[in-house]
Structure formats: C-alpha cells, structure tokens
Design a protein around this ligand. Structure first.
Ligand SMILES: *Cc1c(COP(=O)(O)O)cnc(C)c1O
Length: 492
C-alpha cells in the first residue's frame, strides 16, 4: 500500500509515494498536504460476513493489514491484540460488555422502523474516544522505534482530551518521551488531575502561564526551528496523523457488523465533529465498501462543517470568532482533516486541492457551491458520499442530556449530546442510526451538574483522582526557556 500527499501533482505522486511506516512518525507531507493511500483497499461481502464474528482486536488486524502492508502480519496481530483488550477498555457502563471494546446500546426503536443506537468509544483510560487510536499509536511507535533503534520526543499542546490520551498511550514506552503543554489553571480539575497525576519518568507536563493559544504558539515556534527539531527528535501526534485515522476506521466496521445480520441492512452514523478526524475515518470505511448509508456530522456552535455540508461554502473562522462552548473538544476554527475528504470530492486532483487550501490561507475559505464566482461546483457530489450535517447549541445540549437521562436512564457527555440531538433530526424508517459516544460524562461534570442537578457517575478508580499527587512544572510562554527545558530532559 502506497501513500501520496493530497497536494501532489499527478506525476510527482507517482514517484514520491511512501509506505505506512514511512509516514507513521511524520505529520504533514513536505508540500503541506495530508497523506492518503493511492487507492482505498476494498472489502468484499464475503469478508464482511466472516468479520461479523471476530473480536475487536482481530477485526482491527484484518483492517490494518490492508493499510500497513509493510509491517509483518504476525507483528501487526500482536500489536492489535495488545492494544484492544478489556483491561484497557475497562470503563464500560453497567450492562455493557468491556470485552466488546466498543459496545452498542439500543436507545430506541421507533414504531415507524427507526432505530437509535449508541456506540461507546470512550471506555479507554482517559474516557474519550481519542484512546481508540492513540493506544494503538503508542504501541506502533514503540514497535517502529525499537526496530530503527531510534527515539522520539512528542511535543504538543492540549486543552484537554488529546494531551491526556497521548500521555496514557505513551507512558512507560521505550524510546518515547512526551512534553505536553497546557494552559495553567485553565483545564477542568478532572482533566488536570488525569494528566498531572501521571508519575512516569517519560511524561513531562508543562503548565504554561497563559491561554491555550499561547501554548499552541510555543509549539509552533519550537517546531519551526528545524535544526532544534531534528536534533531533539521532536514529533507530534495531532489528529492529522494517518495511523490515528486508520485505527478509527475499525470501529465503523465494528458498529456496522454488530448492528446488522446481513450486508443489505442500512446503517448510518452520526459523529460529534471538530477536526473531521473521526468522521473522515467513516468516509474511508465507506470508500472501502462498508455499506454505510449516511454520515452525519454534528457540530456545536462552531459550525464550520455544518455550514459546508449545507451550502458548499467552507469558511474557516478566526480564533477570536471561535466560541468556547460546553462541548469544548469540538471548538475548532478550521477542520484539520477536511482536506482528505475534499481531495476525494474533487476527483483526487492534487493541483486542485492545493489551490483550494491555499485559498483557505489567503482568503479564509473556498466555495464549491457552483454559484456565479464560486471556486467549483463539486458540492453537488456531496450527497453521493452520504454526508449530511446538523448543529447543536448549549441549550440543546442541556435538554438532550436531560431527555436521554429521563428516557433511557443513562447519562451522556456534552459532545455525545450534540450527536444525539442531530441524529434525532436525521432518523429514517428502516435505517439504524448509530451515534458515536465520544466521551464519558464524568469528564465534563460541570455541564452535567447544570443539566441534571447531580454529578455524573465516575468509573471505578476515578473517584478521588483530584487528590492524587501531581507532577508538573509551571513556565512562562518563553520559547528559549522551553527549548532549554526540552534539551535538559532529553540529554540530546
Ligand atoms: C476530539 C473530540 C471530538 C472531535 O473529534 P474530531 O476527530 O476532531 O472531529 C469530539 N468529541 C470529543 C469528546 C473529542 O475529544
């Protein structure tokens, strides 16, 4: 399986393609594009039938081996077996089987043949779906680095979910250190405790005196110093990482196969969306031949994606125009994985994709509506790819959390609430709608308290997490001090 940049011209693409392991530790392609396979591997009906009975780990192996053709199969099988265990995904609710890794729960079967189902993706160590991919990435990194006798220093900024998922995936791993910046005293007490209570010597929590953007700017400044970056072996694990996307493809297959008994049954997915990483994996599953009916992107007040799927206009927001909402992991001003879908939408034309995303830099967006003066008319093809969308607000979130607690007796988190709200608007007779549960409620307790007047239940082991000893350093937003701190701790 060869990979190519979404911005590569056709000729260049043929000569510069790379394998899975080559792109595993990198981020963007050198031309600024994102990596995609030169063609999506296909699955047959017979394969789907055979896969219906597999464990999650075995299913992950079958799917990954189509993408990671340069990793020996026995090694890949060992990696997926080690990653997807009931010990890692132990935070299942009562009534869910942890061994299913992403258990389904039927919420409602309507008289008119509609069905609403929740797929739990947040039973991993940090209670958010980012564990699904990040845990695999940790094991893949360790495996690859050991083979190359190399080391990697992961450097990033977080406002919550990504940073903790990365730390829990990389803790104690050979050859890997994590330097994670977060805004000092700006994360919730729970999120802070989750990250800072890690005592592993390879995890470095750095609280920056400032807001998230200050921390993010420091990451950019350090990463732009290429000699420093090379010497210190700095890498990232952000949402454009291809292996993360592939790992996410697996649970769409699991959801479809668990919800059906034959491949002519119709299933749609609603996905609480921010950077378009999660739903992009759904798109890839569909392109591989998984019979997904609709892919519904649910956004919060930051409705960049909903606007595109309603109008064909992609208009990124300034960071000053980004709302801070009660589903904070979806507070994005532009969707970093969106380019992967646009590349397919414009017929895998790298020149065209490059021009469109250059226009995002120069003009803040592009218009594919086909109206006079637009940049193209491909919006008319969006329906062919099954995409739909909807939007949810703070009030919708509170109401949905209350409704779901009343009607089905379970407490959902704020992001999942955005998903359920939008899913309900898109139910169709004869179609099972699976909503991806992207976090557990305990992570966003402040809003649960507002909605229900009581605290969200915490999974076992998280009861007194705020009381655990914390390991972190506080630093001013000073790039030179940051570099000195990294160098002192890597010894490179
Ligand atoms: C990251 C995240 C999302 C958004 O996922 P994308 O892949 O960025 O679209 C939604 N919900 C939660 C809880 C998250 O952590």
């Amino acid at each position: 399986m060869q990979y190519v940049s979404t911005r590569a011209a056709a000729l260049a693409a043929a000569s510069s393609s790379q394998q899975f392991s080559d792109i595993l530790l990198g981020g963007l392609a050198v031309d600024g594009g994102l990596f995609l396979p030169t063609a999506y591997p296909q699955v047959t009906g017979a394969e789907l039938d055979a896969w219906r009975q597999l464990s999650y780990a075995d299913l992950a192996f079958e799917i990954l081996k189509k993408f990671a053709t340069d990793i020996p199969e026995a090694d890949l099988r060992a990696l997926t077996a080690k990653t997807y265990t009931k010990e890692v995904y132990k935070n299942a609710r009562k009534g869910e089987k942890a061994s299913q890794i992403t258990p389904l729960r039927v919420l409602e079967e309507g008289e008119n043949g509609t069905k609403l189902v929740l797929q739990a993706l947040s039973n991993g160590p940090t209670l958010a779906f980012k564990d699904m991919a990040m845990q695999l990435l940790g094991n893949l990194f360790e495996y690859t680095l050991a083979k190359q006798n190399a080391q990697l220093n992961i450097f990033g900024a977080t406002s919550g979910d990504t940073g903790s998922a990365a730390e829990y995936a990389m803790r104690g791993k050979q050859g890997i250190r994590v330097f994670m910046l977060s805004p000092h005293k700006k994360m919730s007490a729970f999120q802070t405790a989750q990250m800072f209570s890690l005592q592993d010597p390879n995890i470095f929590n750095i609280a920056i005196e400032g807001v998230f953007d200050d921390a993010q700017d420091m990451v950019k400044a350090v990463s732009n110093d290429l000699p420093f970056k090379a010497k210190q072996k700095i890498g990232t694990v952000n949402s454009i990482n291809w292996a993360r996307v592939v790992a996410q493809v697996v649970y769409y297959f699991r959801g479809y196969l668990s919800a059906t008994t034959s491949n002519d049954q119709k299933v749609s997915f609603t996905v609480p969306s921010g950077n378009f990483g999660n739903i992009c994996a759904g798109h890839i599953a569909r392109m591989m031949g998984l019979p997904i009916d609709k892919l519904v992107a649910a956004t919060n007040e930051n409705d960049v994606l909903d606007e595109f799927f309603r109008t064909g206009v992609y208009r990124v927001r300034k960071s000053s125009e980004t709302y801070h909402t009660s589903s904070p992991s979806m507070d994005i001003s532009k969707a970093s994985n969106f380019e992967r879908f646009i590349y397919d939408l414009v017929g895998r034309d790298g020149d065209r994709t490059r021009a469109l995303f250059q226009k995002v830099e120069t003009h803040g967006g592009f218009d594919l509506s086909g109206k006079p003066g637009a940049d193209g008319d491909e919006f008319k093809l969006v329906a062919k790819y099954g995409f739909k969308s909807g939007k949810s607000t703070h009030d919708d979130r509170l109401n949905t959390i209350r409704d779901v607690a009343d009607d089905y007796g379970i407490v959902i988190d704020t992001h999942t609430a955005d998903g359920i709200k939008v899913a309900r608007e898109n139910l169709e007779p004869g179609v099972t709608m699976i909503v991806l549960e992207t976090a557990l409620a305990a992570k966003f307790n402040e809003t649960i308290l507002d909605a229900l007047g009581e605290d969200a239940e915490r999974p076992e082991g998280f009861e007194n997490i705020e009381d655990l000893p914390q390991k972190f350093v506080v630093m001013p937003p000073d790039v030179e001090k940051m570099k000195a701190y990294i160098a002192a701790n890597t010894g490179l």
